[in-house]
Design a protein around this ligand. Structure first.
Ligand code: DX5
Ligand code: ZN
Length: 225
């Protein structure tokens, strides 16, 4: 059974104290650090490059979950692998040969993940799961590009479809996750939770992470067990 994990997104960190904010998340009990890489073309925003992954790697010992919102991820796999990524997530909507790029991630010794935007049908990811070309599927529950957006609950149908197909795969959800939205996301079958603005605005991040974990463990796959 996949393990429940909480992944703070450092897009919501204070960029002036990035290393300290990565440490803050790890010390609060985060399971992985989620790094949002944006190129200003695939999404209408520019955020981090591989240097941010290096900063996080130097600051914490938990894994780096690196979300590439970039048009040509195939050109950057080795760069992000060398920077210290543990999981590399590419978008099914990006301009690449998806199967080849996922293989390149694994050939670099990293966990491969496919990401699906809110308007993209889940059918684009199902064959990749069936062929076991991915370790993780990331379902976007906001339009990628910015933190602090409203959760789109309709994407939970996609989580359920993937979970029905594979009990072994990690299913991550990204966007608008808080102590309310996590309930139905985890009931649909998600087990990895990215949370940016919700966690970084807490005075007590450790309490918030342990509460998210507790709520998720209570509700995981309740509807499909
Ligand atoms: C959006 C990013 C998310 C973002 C989530 O493009 O992929 O990881 O940081 O932020 P919140 O949790 O604030 O919705
Ligand atoms: Zn993300």
């Amino acid at each position: 059974m996949p393990k429940i994990q909480i992944m703070p997104s450092i897009l919501a960190a204070d960029f002036g104290c990035l290393a300290a904010d990565c440490k803050r998340a790890a010390e609060a009990g985060a399971d992985q650090i989620h790094v949002d890489v944006m190129d200003g073309v695939f999404v209408p925003n520019i955020s981090f490059g591989p240097e941010a992954v290096r900063v996080s790697v130097a600051a914490v010992s938990i894994p780096q979950n690196v979300h590439l919102m970039i048009t040509k991820p195939q050109n950057y796999i080795q760069i992000f692998a060398d920077a210290g990524s543990d999981t590399i997530q590419i978008h099914v909507e990006s301009q690449c040969d998806v199967e080849e790029t996922l293989s390149a991630i694994r050939a670099a010794g990293k966990r491969a993940a496919i990401t699906v935007n809110p308007e993209t049908p889940v059918e684009s990811a199902l064959p990749l799961v069936e062929k076991r070309l991915v370790d993780e599927v990331l379902i976007m529950s906001v339009h990628p590009g910015f933190g602090g957006q409203k959760y789109i609950a309709a994407v939970e149908q996609k989580i359920a479809a993937i979970r029905r197909l594979a009990d072994w795969v990690d299913i991550a959800i990204d966007g608008g996750i808080d102590d309310q939205t996590i309930v139905s996301a985890t009931a649909a079958g998600a087990n990895l939770f990215v949370a940016g603005s919700y966690l970084f605005r807490q005075d007590d991040m450790a309490a918030a992470i342990s509460n998210l974990r507790k709520v998720a463990e209570e509700h995981f796959c309740r509807s499909i067990r």
